[in-house]
Design a protein around this ligand. Structure first.
Ligand code: IPM
Ligand code: MG
Length: 370
């Protein structure tokens, strides 16, 4: 039996509550002998800043680098609005992404039939929706230098962020998108703003060249990022895989998330390059939702995005593809049975809390494994 070391970073807000549900599933996986699982916990975000003076410590980054996978809850909240910019909770997440080289962010947006009426769009537009956003995660305007606010001689201030991409960065994320499309409906939509940005011109050229050279069997379309946003709310089912840069990916994935009924449903995987010698690949799995400070500590957060992130970890880092399928089916099953946390319950109907939802998914998972 293979064994794995996981680092759990619950973070702030609802992070610890939803992580607890994932720990139940992990304990079950270990108990059943599907894989040996050992876990370690560390702080990240505002809670790390309060206890350790940094939103992520050097030691935690080191442990994350040695782990087979990192499971991440959420960071941030109004409590830390006044901490210095470099130490804000989000900086902990950004440092992990950068230092672990997690350049490929996979954000699947799936609309479960049982939730089609919770979407902001009419059922016919979202029922059966299954798209995958492949977001570049370690480049672009998030990390480009200079990044500063300077005071001019006139006394006016000037802020600069820099959007920067190299051919290598574009090539490696496009490869991830084409490879994944081949296992799906074989279509890639590449979103940029080549009509106003040089980085968009280069993005378009590199994706086109790679497609011609190695992935001509995959259908490729280029779409301007603003039009992509519009098409996502107009006719989302036209998409299969969307590949895009860090900032556009951030925005487009929130749009895709809301189509599925609730931000509380969407998992994500952030992957590094696989080391050809050892086969190791850095990986972090996190729900797309944030720390939801308004409902933190009340036991009513939806743990499904966090549990879905564990399913992605099983698939991409633990070699447990069948168990990952079973866990995703368990979620679907529980939703079909009508179990709902407040975010996905039609108004005026009953809802369950975080731990009841976690227990229901675990029971269905155990049942599916027989
Ligand atoms: C996300 C989040 C982060 C981002 C924040 C928390 C820094 O919005 O993962 O989508 O902007 O990447
Ligand atoms: Mg975001």
């Amino acid at each position: 039996m293979a064994s794995f070391k996981l680092l759990l970073l619950p973070g702030d807000g609802i992070g610890p509550e939803v992580m607890r549900e994932v720990e139940k599933v992990l304990a079950f996986v270990d108990r059943q002998g599907l894989a040996g699982i050992s876990t370690e916990h560390a702080l990240v975000g505002g809670s790390a800043y309060d206890a350790e003076g940094k939103p992520v410590s050097d030691a935690t980054v080191r442990i994350a680098g040695d782990a087979d996978a990192v499971l991440f809850g959420a960071v941030g909240g109004p409590r830390w609005d006044r901490v210095p910019y470099e130490d804000r909770p989000e900086a902990g997440l950004l440092r992990l992404r950068r230092d672990l080289g997690l350049f490929a962010n996979l954000r699947p947006a799936i609309c479960y039939p049982a939730l089609a009426d919770a979407s902001s769009l009419k059922r016919e537009f979202v029922e059966g929706l299954d798209i995958l956003i492949v977001r570049e995660l370690t480049g672009g305007v998030y990390f480009g230098e200079p990044k500063e606010i300077v005071t001019l001689e006139s006394g006016e201030k000037r802020a600069v962020d820099t959007q920067v991409y190299t051919t290598g960065e574009i090539d490696r994320i496009a490869r991830v998108a084409f490879d994944l499309a081949r296992k799906r409906r074989n279509k890639v939509s590449s979103a940029e703003k080549r009509n106003v940005m040089k980085s968009g011109v280069l993005w378009n050229e590199v994706v086109t060249g790679l497609h011609r050279a190695e992935f001509a069997d995959v259908e490729l379309e280029h779409v301007l990022a603003d039009n992509c946003a519009m098409q996502l709310v107009r006719r989302p089912k036209q998409f299969d895989v969307i590949v895009t840069d860090n900032l556009f990916g951030d925005v487009l994935s929130d749009i895709a998330a809301t189509l599925t009924g609730s931000l509380g449903m969407l998992p994500s995987a952030s992957l590094g390059a696989r080391d050809p010698a050892t086969g190791r690949q850095a990986a972090l799995f996190e729900p797309v939702h944030g720390s939801a400070p308004d409902i933190a500590g009340q036991g009513k957060a939806n743990p499904i995005a966090m549990i879905g992130s564990l399913a992605m970890a099983m698939r991409y880092s633990l070699g447990l593809a069948d168990a990952a399928d079973a866990l995703e089916k368990a979620v679907s099953r529980v939703l079909d049975d009508g179990t709902r946390t407040a975010d996905i319950a039609p108004s005026g109907t009953n809802s369950v809390g975080t731990s009841e939802m976690g227990d229901a998914v675990l029971a269905a998972f155990a049942g599916a494994l027989g």
